[in-house]
Design a binder for this molecule. Sequence first.
Ligand SMILES: Cc1cc2nc3c(=O)[nH]c(=O)nc-3n(C[C@H](O)[C@H](O)[C@H](O)COP(=O)(O)O)c2cc1C
Length: 352
Amino acid sequence: MSTLHQISSAALRLLPAETGHGIALRALAAGLGPHQRADDFPVLAQDICGLHFANPVAVSAGFDKNAAVIAGARRLGSGFVEIGGVTPRAQTGNPKPRLFRLTPDRAAINRMGFNNEGSDAVLARVQAARDGSTPLGVNLAANSDSTDPAQDFVALVETFAPAADFLTIDVSCPNSANGQVFLDPRALEDLLARLSATREASSGTPVMFAKLAPDLADDHLTELLEVMLAAEIDAITLCNTTTARPESLQSANAAERGGLSGAPLFEMATEMLRKVYAQTQGRVPLIGVGGIMNGADAYTKIRAGASLVQLYTGLVYEGPGLIQTIKHDIAERLTRDGFIHLSQAIGLEHRS
Ligand SMILES: Cc1cc2nc3c(=O)[nH]c(=O)nc-3n(C[C@H](O)[C@H](O)[C@H](O)COP(=O)(O)O)c2cc1C
Protein backbone atom coordinates (compact mmCIF):
# COMPACT_ATOMS: atom_id res chain seq x y z
CA MET A 1 0.00 0.00 0.00
CA SER A 2 1.31 3.50 -0.80
CA THR A 3 2.25 5.80 2.08
CA LEU A 4 -0.57 8.16 1.08
CA HIS A 5 -3.12 5.36 1.24
CA GLN A 6 -1.70 4.24 4.60
CA ILE A 7 -1.97 7.75 6.05
CA SER A 8 -5.49 8.34 4.74
CA SER A 9 -6.70 4.93 5.97
CA ALA A 10 -5.24 5.61 9.43
CA ALA A 11 -6.86 9.08 9.47
CA LEU A 12 -10.26 7.63 8.57
CA ARG A 13 -9.95 5.18 11.45
CA LEU A 14 -9.84 8.14 13.88
CA LEU A 15 -13.43 9.03 12.92
CA PRO A 16 -16.61 7.25 14.05
CA ALA A 17 -16.86 4.12 11.90
CA GLU A 18 -19.86 5.08 9.77
CA THR A 19 -18.57 8.65 9.22
CA GLY A 20 -15.21 7.26 8.10
CA HIS A 21 -16.93 4.89 5.71
CA GLY A 22 -19.01 7.72 4.20
CA ILE A 23 -15.84 9.77 3.56
CA ALA A 24 -14.08 6.76 2.03
CA LEU A 25 -17.04 6.28 -0.36
CA ARG A 26 -17.04 9.97 -1.33
CA ALA A 27 -13.28 9.83 -1.97
CA LEU A 28 -13.70 6.77 -4.20
CA ALA A 29 -16.61 8.42 -6.05
CA ALA A 30 -14.39 11.47 -6.65
CA GLY A 31 -11.77 9.30 -8.32
CA LEU A 32 -9.29 9.24 -5.44
CA GLY A 33 -7.60 6.00 -4.43
CA PRO A 34 -6.01 3.31 -6.58
CA HIS A 35 -6.40 3.11 -10.35
CA GLN A 36 -5.83 -0.59 -11.00
CA ARG A 37 -6.90 -2.93 -13.76
CA ALA A 38 -8.96 -6.08 -13.24
CA ASP A 39 -7.08 -8.11 -15.86
CA ASP A 40 -3.43 -7.55 -14.93
CA PHE A 41 -2.80 -11.14 -13.75
CA PRO A 42 -3.96 -13.47 -16.57
CA VAL A 43 -3.31 -16.52 -14.34
CA LEU A 44 -6.25 -15.36 -12.20
CA ALA A 45 -8.88 -15.20 -14.98
CA GLN A 46 -11.70 -17.74 -15.09
CA ASP A 47 -15.21 -18.28 -16.41
CA ILE A 48 -17.81 -19.19 -13.80
CA CYS A 49 -21.56 -19.55 -14.33
CA GLY A 50 -21.16 -18.18 -17.84
CA LEU A 51 -19.52 -14.97 -16.62
CA HIS A 52 -15.91 -13.91 -17.20
CA PHE A 53 -14.00 -12.97 -14.05
CA ALA A 54 -10.66 -11.33 -14.86
CA ASN A 55 -9.66 -12.08 -11.26
CA PRO A 56 -11.40 -13.66 -8.26
CA VAL A 57 -11.21 -10.78 -5.74
CA ALA A 58 -13.92 -8.23 -4.91
CA VAL A 59 -15.36 -6.00 -2.23
CA SER A 60 -18.29 -7.72 -0.53
CA ALA A 61 -21.90 -6.59 -0.11
CA GLY A 62 -22.65 -3.79 2.32
CA PHE A 63 -19.65 -1.67 1.30
CA ASP A 64 -21.61 0.14 -1.43
CA LYS A 65 -25.25 -0.30 -0.47
CA ASN A 66 -26.59 2.29 -2.94
CA ALA A 67 -24.43 1.58 -6.00
CA ALA A 68 -22.77 4.97 -5.55
CA VAL A 69 -19.17 3.87 -6.27
CA ILE A 70 -19.28 1.04 -8.83
CA ALA A 71 -16.56 2.68 -10.93
CA GLY A 72 -14.47 3.28 -7.79
CA ALA A 73 -14.79 -0.37 -6.74
CA ARG A 74 -13.62 -1.40 -10.23
CA ARG A 75 -10.61 0.93 -9.92
CA LEU A 76 -9.50 -0.97 -6.79
CA GLY A 77 -8.71 -3.76 -9.26
CA SER A 78 -11.76 -5.91 -8.43
CA GLY A 79 -12.66 -8.85 -10.64
CA PHE A 80 -16.36 -8.27 -9.99
CA VAL A 81 -18.61 -5.90 -8.09
CA GLU A 82 -21.52 -6.64 -5.76
CA ILE A 83 -23.60 -3.69 -4.56
CA GLY A 84 -26.40 -3.63 -1.98
CA GLY A 85 -28.12 -5.03 0.07
CA VAL A 86 -31.02 -3.36 -1.63
CA THR A 87 -34.63 -3.58 -0.45
CA PRO A 88 -37.69 -2.75 -2.62
CA ARG A 89 -38.49 0.42 -0.67
CA ALA A 90 -35.92 2.81 0.82
CA GLN A 91 -35.35 2.29 4.53
CA THR A 92 -33.28 4.11 7.13
CA GLY A 93 -31.98 1.02 8.94
CA ASN A 94 -31.33 0.83 12.66
CA PRO A 95 -30.61 3.88 14.87
CA LYS A 96 -26.99 5.11 14.95
CA PRO A 97 -24.43 4.25 16.16
CA ARG A 98 -24.73 0.90 14.38
CA LEU A 99 -21.21 0.26 13.07
CA PHE A 100 -18.32 -0.26 15.50
CA ARG A 101 -14.62 -0.86 15.00
CA LEU A 102 -12.86 -3.44 17.16
CA THR A 103 -9.41 -2.13 16.37
CA PRO A 104 -7.31 -4.40 18.63
CA ASP A 105 -9.11 -7.36 17.05
CA ARG A 106 -8.97 -6.06 13.44
CA ALA A 107 -12.72 -6.55 13.34
CA ALA A 108 -16.05 -4.72 13.16
CA ILE A 109 -19.55 -5.22 14.51
CA ASN A 110 -22.50 -3.85 12.55
CA ARG A 111 -26.22 -3.76 13.01
CA MET A 112 -26.92 -1.48 10.04
CA GLY A 113 -30.33 -3.07 9.34
CA PHE A 114 -30.24 -2.68 5.53
CA ASN A 115 -30.16 1.12 5.31
CA ASN A 116 -30.48 1.86 1.58
CA GLU A 117 -32.18 4.15 -0.92
CA GLY A 118 -34.49 1.47 -2.33
CA SER A 119 -34.56 -0.40 -5.63
CA ASP A 120 -35.69 2.44 -7.96
CA ALA A 121 -32.81 4.75 -7.01
CA VAL A 122 -30.26 1.93 -7.09
CA LEU A 123 -31.52 0.47 -10.39
CA ALA A 124 -30.80 3.69 -12.27
CA ARG A 125 -27.17 3.63 -11.07
CA VAL A 126 -26.71 -0.06 -11.85
CA GLN A 127 -28.03 0.49 -15.38
CA ALA A 128 -25.72 3.47 -15.90
CA ALA A 129 -22.66 1.59 -14.60
CA ARG A 130 -23.10 -1.72 -16.42
CA ASP A 131 -20.48 -1.71 -19.13
CA GLY A 132 -19.65 -5.40 -19.48
CA SER A 133 -16.16 -4.86 -18.05
CA THR A 134 -16.58 -6.86 -14.84
CA PRO A 135 -19.56 -8.91 -13.64
CA LEU A 136 -21.92 -6.64 -11.74
CA GLY A 137 -24.16 -8.10 -9.03
CA VAL A 138 -26.88 -6.85 -6.73
CA ASN A 139 -27.35 -8.15 -3.19
CA LEU A 140 -31.08 -8.38 -2.40
CA ALA A 141 -32.93 -8.17 0.91
CA ALA A 142 -36.52 -7.84 2.13
CA ASN A 143 -37.74 -4.64 3.80
CA SER A 144 -37.72 -5.10 7.56
CA ASP A 145 -41.39 -4.00 7.87
CA SER A 146 -42.54 -6.18 4.98
CA THR A 147 -45.40 -8.59 5.71
CA ASP A 148 -44.48 -10.70 2.66
CA PRO A 149 -40.67 -10.96 2.42
CA ALA A 150 -40.88 -13.56 -0.37
CA GLN A 151 -42.82 -11.08 -2.51
CA ASP A 152 -40.09 -8.50 -1.81
CA PHE A 153 -37.49 -10.86 -3.31
CA VAL A 154 -39.74 -11.56 -6.30
CA ALA A 155 -40.15 -7.82 -6.92
CA LEU A 156 -36.39 -7.29 -6.59
CA VAL A 157 -35.59 -10.05 -9.08
CA GLU A 158 -38.12 -8.56 -11.52
CA THR A 159 -36.47 -5.15 -11.11
CA PHE A 160 -32.83 -6.18 -11.33
CA ALA A 161 -32.89 -9.23 -13.63
CA PRO A 162 -32.56 -7.15 -16.80
CA ALA A 163 -29.86 -4.94 -15.30
CA ALA A 164 -27.42 -7.19 -13.40
CA ASP A 165 -25.12 -10.11 -14.18
CA PHE A 166 -25.81 -11.83 -10.88
CA LEU A 167 -28.22 -11.46 -7.99
CA THR A 168 -27.45 -12.56 -4.42
CA ILE A 169 -30.28 -13.58 -2.14
CA ASP A 170 -29.12 -12.72 1.35
CA VAL A 171 -30.83 -15.29 3.56
CA SER A 172 -28.61 -14.70 6.52
CA CYS A 173 -28.71 -11.17 7.90
CA PRO A 174 -28.63 -11.11 11.70
CA ASN A 175 -29.66 -7.42 11.87
CA SER A 176 -33.06 -7.16 10.25
CA ALA A 177 -36.55 -8.39 11.22
CA ASN A 178 -36.96 -10.30 7.95
CA GLY A 179 -33.29 -11.20 7.59
CA GLN A 180 -33.63 -14.83 8.69
CA VAL A 181 -37.11 -15.91 7.54
CA PHE A 182 -35.64 -18.11 4.81
CA LEU A 183 -33.43 -20.06 7.14
CA ASP A 184 -36.52 -22.28 7.38
CA PRO A 185 -35.75 -24.87 4.66
CA ARG A 186 -39.40 -25.10 3.47
CA ALA A 187 -39.65 -21.31 3.23
CA LEU A 188 -36.36 -21.25 1.30
CA GLU A 189 -37.59 -23.98 -1.05
CA ASP A 190 -40.77 -22.01 -1.85
CA LEU A 191 -38.80 -18.80 -2.28
CA LEU A 192 -36.26 -20.31 -4.68
CA ALA A 193 -39.05 -21.90 -6.76
CA ARG A 194 -40.79 -18.52 -7.06
CA LEU A 195 -37.56 -16.74 -7.92
CA SER A 196 -36.66 -19.31 -10.52
CA ALA A 197 -40.03 -18.75 -12.25
CA THR A 198 -39.58 -14.98 -12.00
CA ARG A 199 -36.11 -15.22 -13.47
CA GLU A 200 -37.29 -17.39 -16.39
CA ALA A 201 -40.05 -14.90 -17.16
CA SER A 202 -37.75 -11.87 -17.09
CA SER A 203 -35.92 -10.40 -20.06
CA GLY A 204 -32.49 -10.91 -18.49
CA THR A 205 -31.51 -14.19 -16.86
CA PRO A 206 -28.92 -13.29 -14.28
CA VAL A 207 -27.01 -15.87 -12.35
CA MET A 208 -28.46 -16.45 -8.86
CA PHE A 209 -26.28 -16.68 -5.73
CA ALA A 210 -27.41 -17.34 -2.14
CA LYS A 211 -25.54 -16.08 0.91
CA LEU A 212 -25.48 -17.79 4.32
CA ALA A 213 -24.21 -16.83 7.77
CA PRO A 214 -21.89 -19.07 9.82
CA ASP A 215 -24.23 -19.43 12.80
CA LEU A 216 -25.91 -22.62 11.59
CA ALA A 217 -25.90 -26.07 13.17
CA ASP A 218 -24.48 -28.76 10.84
CA ASP A 219 -27.85 -30.47 10.24
CA HIS A 220 -29.50 -27.17 9.45
CA LEU A 221 -26.73 -26.24 7.03
CA THR A 222 -27.04 -29.61 5.28
CA GLU A 223 -30.80 -29.14 4.87
CA LEU A 224 -30.37 -25.66 3.40
CA LEU A 225 -27.68 -26.91 1.01
CA GLU A 226 -29.96 -29.69 -0.20
CA VAL A 227 -32.68 -27.15 -0.92
CA MET A 228 -30.24 -24.89 -2.76
CA LEU A 229 -28.78 -27.69 -4.86
CA ALA A 230 -32.25 -29.01 -5.75
CA ALA A 231 -33.22 -25.48 -6.84
CA GLU A 232 -30.05 -25.31 -8.94
CA ILE A 233 -28.73 -22.19 -7.28
CA ASP A 234 -25.72 -21.04 -9.33
CA ALA A 235 -23.29 -20.26 -6.50
CA ILE A 236 -23.22 -19.98 -2.72
CA THR A 237 -21.56 -17.15 -0.78
CA LEU A 238 -20.03 -18.14 2.56
CA CYS A 239 -20.45 -16.18 4.64
CA ASN A 240 -22.15 -13.22 6.27
CA THR A 241 -21.20 -11.82 9.68
CA THR A 242 -21.55 -13.88 12.88
CA THR A 243 -23.50 -13.24 16.08
CA ALA A 244 -20.88 -15.33 17.92
CA ARG A 245 -18.25 -13.56 20.04
CA PRO A 246 -14.98 -15.53 20.16
CA GLU A 247 -13.31 -15.39 23.56
CA SER A 248 -10.19 -13.93 21.98
CA LEU A 249 -11.86 -10.53 21.41
CA GLN A 250 -10.03 -7.69 23.22
CA SER A 251 -12.05 -4.63 22.26
CA ALA A 252 -14.64 -2.99 24.55
CA ASN A 253 -16.93 -2.82 21.50
CA ALA A 254 -17.13 -6.63 21.49
CA ALA A 255 -20.25 -6.33 23.65
CA GLU A 256 -22.16 -4.42 20.93
CA ARG A 257 -25.11 -6.22 19.33
CA GLY A 258 -24.84 -7.18 15.67
CA GLY A 259 -22.75 -9.16 13.23
CA LEU A 260 -19.01 -9.56 13.76
CA SER A 261 -16.72 -9.34 10.72
CA GLY A 262 -12.97 -9.19 10.14
CA ALA A 263 -10.04 -11.26 11.40
CA PRO A 264 -11.88 -13.13 14.21
CA LEU A 265 -14.41 -14.41 11.63
CA PHE A 266 -11.76 -15.97 9.40
CA GLU A 267 -11.47 -19.46 10.97
CA MET A 268 -15.21 -19.88 11.44
CA ALA A 269 -16.03 -18.75 7.92
CA THR A 270 -13.27 -20.85 6.34
CA GLU A 271 -14.39 -23.92 8.28
CA MET A 272 -17.91 -23.43 6.93
CA LEU A 273 -16.49 -23.10 3.42
CA ARG A 274 -14.56 -26.37 3.86
CA LYS A 275 -17.68 -28.16 5.07
CA VAL A 276 -19.82 -26.89 2.21
CA TYR A 277 -17.16 -27.71 -0.40
CA ALA A 278 -16.88 -31.25 1.01
CA GLN A 279 -20.66 -31.66 0.98
CA THR A 280 -21.26 -30.19 -2.47
CA GLN A 281 -18.12 -31.81 -3.98
CA GLY A 282 -17.44 -28.92 -6.30
CA ARG A 283 -20.94 -29.15 -7.87
CA VAL A 284 -21.60 -25.48 -7.19
CA PRO A 285 -19.05 -22.64 -7.16
CA LEU A 286 -18.44 -21.09 -3.74
CA ILE A 287 -17.58 -17.50 -2.89
CA GLY A 288 -15.38 -17.28 0.21
CA VAL A 289 -15.94 -14.24 2.46
CA GLY A 290 -15.09 -13.54 6.06
CA GLY A 291 -11.93 -12.25 7.70
CA ILE A 292 -9.68 -11.94 4.63
CA MET A 293 -6.98 -9.48 5.68
CA ASN A 294 -4.19 -10.43 3.24
CA GLY A 295 -3.23 -12.62 0.30
CA ALA A 296 -2.46 -15.66 2.47
CA ASP A 297 -6.02 -15.57 3.84
CA ALA A 298 -7.48 -15.33 0.33
CA TYR A 299 -5.34 -18.23 -0.88
CA THR A 300 -6.41 -20.33 2.12
CA LYS A 301 -10.07 -19.72 1.14
CA ILE A 302 -9.32 -20.77 -2.45
CA ARG A 303 -7.59 -23.95 -1.33
CA ALA A 304 -10.52 -24.63 1.02
CA GLY A 305 -12.90 -24.48 -1.95
CA ALA A 306 -13.62 -20.87 -2.94
CA SER A 307 -13.71 -20.02 -6.65
CA LEU A 308 -14.07 -16.33 -5.83
CA VAL A 309 -13.36 -14.28 -2.69
CA GLN A 310 -14.76 -11.09 -1.24
CA LEU A 311 -13.79 -8.83 1.66
CA TYR A 312 -14.97 -5.74 3.47
CA THR A 313 -13.45 -5.29 6.94
CA GLY A 314 -9.91 -5.91 5.66
CA LEU A 315 -10.22 -2.72 3.60
CA VAL A 316 -10.91 -0.72 6.76
CA TYR A 317 -7.64 -1.87 8.35
CA GLU A 318 -5.39 -2.35 5.32
CA GLY A 319 -6.66 0.43 3.05
CA PRO A 320 -7.88 0.55 -0.54
CA GLY A 321 -4.73 -1.04 -1.99
CA LEU A 322 -5.63 -4.38 -0.42
CA ILE A 323 -7.45 -5.87 -3.43
CA GLN A 324 -4.39 -5.33 -5.62
CA THR A 325 -2.00 -6.67 -2.96
CA ILE A 326 -4.11 -9.82 -2.63
CA LYS A 327 -4.20 -10.41 -6.40
CA HIS A 328 -0.44 -10.06 -6.59
CA ASP A 329 0.02 -12.41 -3.66
CA ILE A 330 -2.34 -15.10 -5.01
CA ALA A 331 -0.55 -15.02 -8.37
CA GLU A 332 2.82 -15.45 -6.60
CA ARG A 333 1.56 -18.32 -4.46
CA LEU A 334 0.18 -20.11 -7.51
CA THR A 335 3.57 -19.92 -9.19
CA ARG A 336 5.31 -21.06 -6.00
CA ASP A 337 2.99 -24.08 -5.83
CA GLY A 338 3.78 -24.91 -9.45
CA PHE A 339 0.34 -24.05 -10.87
CA ILE A 340 -0.26 -22.35 -14.16
CA HIS A 341 -3.85 -21.46 -13.43
CA LEU A 342 -6.03 -20.48 -10.46
CA SER A 343 -8.46 -23.34 -11.07
CA GLN A 344 -5.76 -25.84 -10.03
CA ALA A 345 -5.75 -24.42 -6.48
CA ILE A 346 -9.52 -24.31 -5.92
CA GLY A 347 -10.42 -26.96 -3.32
CA LEU A 348 -6.83 -28.26 -3.30
CA GLU A 349 -6.97 -29.01 0.44
CA HIS A 350 -9.62 -31.63 -0.21
CA ARG A 351 -7.43 -33.48 -2.71
CA SER A 352 -4.16 -33.60 -0.79
C1 LIG B 1 -21.12 -2.46 7.64
C2 LIG B 1 -21.43 -3.76 6.98
C3 LIG B 1 -22.58 -3.88 6.22
C4 LIG B 1 -22.88 -5.09 5.59
N1 LIG B 1 -24.01 -5.18 4.81
C5 LIG B 1 -24.28 -6.33 4.15
C6 LIG B 1 -25.41 -6.43 3.29
O1 LIG B 1 -26.16 -5.47 3.10
N2 LIG B 1 -25.63 -7.62 2.66
C7 LIG B 1 -24.79 -8.71 2.84
O2 LIG B 1 -25.04 -9.78 2.25
N3 LIG B 1 -23.69 -8.63 3.63
C8 LIG B 1 -23.43 -7.47 4.28
N4 LIG B 1 -22.31 -7.39 5.08
C9 LIG B 1 -21.46 -8.59 5.26
C10 LIG B 1 -20.24 -8.58 4.34
O3 LIG B 1 -20.61 -8.62 2.98
C11 LIG B 1 -19.33 -9.79 4.64
O4 LIG B 1 -20.07 -10.97 4.40
C12 LIG B 1 -18.83 -9.79 6.10
O5 LIG B 1 -18.50 -8.50 6.51
C13 LIG B 1 -17.63 -10.72 6.28
O6 LIG B 1 -16.54 -10.29 5.49
P1 LIG B 1 -15.30 -9.43 6.10
O7 LIG B 1 -14.82 -10.15 7.32
O8 LIG B 1 -14.30 -9.37 4.99
O9 LIG B 1 -15.86 -8.07 6.43
C14 LIG B 1 -22.00 -6.19 5.72
C15 LIG B 1 -20.84 -6.06 6.49
C16 LIG B 1 -20.54 -4.87 7.12
C17 LIG B 1 -19.28 -4.76 7.94
